[in-house]
Design a protein around this ligand. Sequence first.
Ligand SMILES: Cc1cc2nc3c(=O)[nH]c(=O)nc-3n(C[C@H](O)[C@H](O)[C@H](O)COP(=O)(O)OP(=O)(O)OC[C@H]3O[C@@H](n4cnc5c(N)ncnc54)[C@H](O)[C@@H]3O)c2cc1C
Length: 412
Amino acid sequence: MPREVVIVGAGIVGLACAHHLLAEGWRVRLVERGGVAEGASFGNAGALAFTDVLPLASPGILRKAPRWMLDPLGPLALPPAYLPHIAPWLLRFWRASLPDRHRHATEVQSGLMRLAAQAMEAMVESAGLAERLRRNGNLELYESEAEFAASAPGWAAREREGIAFEHVRGARLAELQPGLSPRFVAGTFTPNWMSVDDPHRFALALHADVTARGAALTRGEVRDIAPQGEGVRLTLADGTALTCDACVLAAGAWSRGLARRLGDRVPLDTERGYNTTLPPGAFDLRRQLTFGGHGFVVTPLSTGIRVGGAVEFGGLHRPPNFARADAMLRKAAAFLPGLRTDGGRQWMGFRPSLPDSLPVIGPSRASPRVIYAFGHGHLGLTQSAGTGRIVADLLAGRRPEVAAALRAGRFG
Ligand SMILES: Cc1cc2nc3c(=O)[nH]c(=O)nc-3n(C[C@H](O)[C@H](O)[C@H](O)COP(=O)(O)OP(=O)(O)OC[C@H]3O[C@@H](n4cnc5c(N)ncnc54)[C@H](O)[C@@H]3O)c2cc1C
């Protein structure tokens, strides 16, 4: 009789865990309180940013942050009332950006990205999703020679990790993306950066595949997870109890309370992000463009042109402030003259973020049969398949090398 695993959360991370656990012979049940992939996995920028190995917690971000926060609709926002809640997280973020810790986190992130890229290729092949991948790279853009020069240490660090890139100007820049505003003096092209056709469609297709392979879905909100005998018991909001041999907690930004019940204090918070999806054809966009100085990207999807990013602290309950999405759209119109900005759909999502810019993937304190898979911040789609592979390894008793640095216990 195959063993049964319950996965809490049917976002892209839970779905990728389902894919890998089915391949190992587990009976899989997803428990989801909303729709499949309607959390952060719904409206993200769709990037498979395997080359994005530098943790956000970095000296560079700390230098930019004060300037960014002066603009009330800028790339980084922190409502004063949320400051007391987020202060311990910010303190950890600052510590994680110190040179030694930043170097260590870069090595861990690079290892995880190598695994994530391999696992994603294998997953899309096996789930029949290959035609949803776009292998057209990313173009990062600079508005001044000073901004370009300031990016040099980051590119040197990526070079040490074996990341391919090309600095471009003039005709080459215009060839990679015609129609850019002349304010951009240079760019950096990362050819191995990929995107999906649309993150929600990609996740739904993965869900269809795991369902065809036997995964079940229960609608309901998990209120408690606890070890029971040789297995695990989950309690849902309506009082239903589910018992299983193992459990994966993949509830994205909402994972902290359940981890706490399992004895782990994890400093998970959310970096809220905004975007607008314009109708297809709003611009002749050749690939994803990153406006690093402004904290947002523009991505061509099968469902339209998505403009957005930014980080807003503010927790899970404050209403969205879509003026942030409007502000990014106005900037995009200046950067891409001719961009048609009418007819857009706005969205806000909750990135599940840990202060050291690495996810938590590993066993809970309460039981090795409850595995955490949350906290992927800006990179959950990118690292979803890699996370699924690590989770399947851990539940099979294997110890993947990268997992040691991703344990919940690293926060003390
Ligand atoms: C604006 C923006 C742009 C982004 N761009 C990118 C990008 O280009 N590339 C990239 O890799 N990442 C990107 N991200 C990050 C990425 O979207 C997330 O890291 C990723 O979607 C997290 O996936 P998840 O499955 O962990 O969480 P989610 O997708 O949020 O899924 C968690 C699920 O758990 C469910 N749930 C929660 N609590 C319970 C409970 N108690 N019981 C049952 N169900 C529960 C929720 O309903 C939800 O469906 C972006 C994020 C934002 C906001």
